[in-house]
Design a protein around this ligand. Sequence first.
Ligand SMILES: Nc1ncnc2c1ncn2[C@@H]1O[C@H](COP(=O)(O)OP(=O)(O)OP(=O)(O)O)[C@@H](O)[C@H]1O
Length: 253
Amino acid sequence: MIQTHQLTLSFRDGQRRLPVLQGVTIHIEQGEWVALTGPNGCGKSALIRTFNGLNVPSGGSLIAAGLDLRSPSHRSAVKQKIQLVFQNPESQTVGSTPFEDIAFGLENRGLSRTEMGERIKRVLQKVGLAHKAEHEVSTLSGGERQRLAVASCLALEAEMILFDEATSMLDPAGRRDILALAKELWQQGTTVLWVTQRMEELAESPRILVMESGKIIYDGDPRTLFYSSTLPETLGWQPPPVVRIGRLLQTQD
Ligand SMILES: Nc1ncnc2c1ncn2[C@@H]1O[C@H](COP(=O)(O)OP(=O)(O)OP(=O)(O)O)[C@@H](O)[C@H]1O
């Protein structure tokens, strides 16, 4: 689904180039759930925006959803297959109602009005927003807006969804709600890349990528990360409660 080799990305900063991704080599299989974490500014958003064609790689290789993203036409095509859900619920809606918002993304898809209407109803139903299809988007809660963003991804039949700290502005119930929805989609075959700073969400992920200064410094399972590596302490993380309890019990053996 995603295959990178020595991927680099830099942004222009006046006369200089600011290196943001510095040789990222990873492989994400179709159907995987992968969590991505790391300190602020380490390049998480830059990396995932490169996966769906928003950023242009400076070097290395990147194949996403079978497309070589060194080609501009492939960077445009990949946006249909790999979708992003952003952190800020307010930054990703364009229509004035959920129905219109999803319809906007489906324009130029060659669907008849009936097909489009049916698809929109189906995806709104899936995310529990069917009853708000004609409400003003501005009256939706943050959690409902994030569900609307997920519905748009589903309407476009995304193969992979990149959640960029998509729950960080939600209350605990809203967070659980979006995480549960993402897990449901994953169980039904969608590949998920879940960017988070929350330790408990990392602990629940089968695979974790840790970034620092534009590099992947850990790629593995949560048990090894939290129990057998010094990385959490090095990064100044407070391990999740379940890990703290586990360690405490180990010392009592
Ligand atoms: N469009 C851009 N132009 C110039 N610099 C950028 C651009 N986008 C990101 N950067 C810089 O690239 C670096 C990585 O930013 P990025 O947003 O990917 O970090 P992040 O790990 O997602 O951080 P956070 O956890 O705060 O969201 C930062 O130094 C940022 O200022």
